[in-house]
Design a binder for this molecule. Structure first.
Ligand code: URA
Length: 214
């Protein structure tokens, strides 16, 4: 179950996703539970974000007869984790799609310019032939997400989707302006950002909550 809020934004409204997200938002949820729930939700969100993957048929033989059975076409998928919180979405999706290639993009925010600066980038070589799913649990200002997608496009990616757990309206608008060709899939569109750039009501710092740091 999902709601297409615009051509650009899909919110996965499935009851299991919403229930798990509520537990994750609760400040008393433990690090272990948070991490486990993120893994579970990532698989439910993956179902939505991969729904338009190219298909073909494959001739197989069941115990009863031959058939042309559906199968994924072409070079399939690349997942790109935006460090560090993106890693929390990665493992669950890889369990579903073990053959996916995996890339990593690391960005930090320059204290003076407030602009994202790249400190790490390792991507699969054939991004142009794959559906590329960039993953980051929190789409907040959208600045680092837009910069990460810039890197993916510079590396040849042409078919990109952005998967997050929570999105702020500001981040969705920023991504739409910078990358109108990149659909976003999320579990919730929250109210706003606060003055520190946190999503409200949100769930706090996703990296800290999944890794137990502060
Ligand atoms: N990053 C987070 O981890 N949480 C927010 O609320 C915003 C950005």
């Amino acid at each position: 179950m999902s709601e297409q809020l615009s051509e650009h934004l899909t919110v996965v409204t499935h009851p299991l996703v919403q229930h798990k997200l509520t537990i994750m938002r609760d400040k008393d949820t433990s690090t272990a539970s948070f991490r486990q729930l993120l893994r579970e939700i990532s698989q439910l969100l993956a179902y939505e974000v991969t729904r338009e993957m190219a298909m073909t048929t494959k001739r197989i033989e069941t115990p009863l007869c031959e058939m042309d059975a559906p199968a994924l076409a072409g070079r399939k998928l690349a997942l790109v984790s935006i460090l560090r919180a993106g890693n929390g979405l990665l493992d669950g999706i890889l369990e579903l799609i073990p053959s996916a290639r995996v890339g990593f993009v690391g960005l930090y925010r320059d204290e003076e310019t407030l602009q994202p600066v790249q400190y790490y980038c390792k991507l699969p070589q054939d991004l142009g032939d794959r559906l590329v799913i960039a993953v980051d649990p929190m789409l907040a200002t959208g600045n680092s997400s837009a910069a990460a997608v810039d890197l993916l496009k510079a590396a040849g990616a042409r078919n990109i989707r952005f998967l997050c757990l929570l999105a702020a309206p500001e981040g969705v608008a920023r991504m739409k302006e910078a990358h109108p060709d990149v659909p976003i899939v999320t579990a919730a569109l929250d109210e706003r950002l606060n003055e520190k750039g946190y999503i409200v009501p949100g769930l706090g710092d996703a990296g800290d909550r999944m890794f137990g740091t502060r």
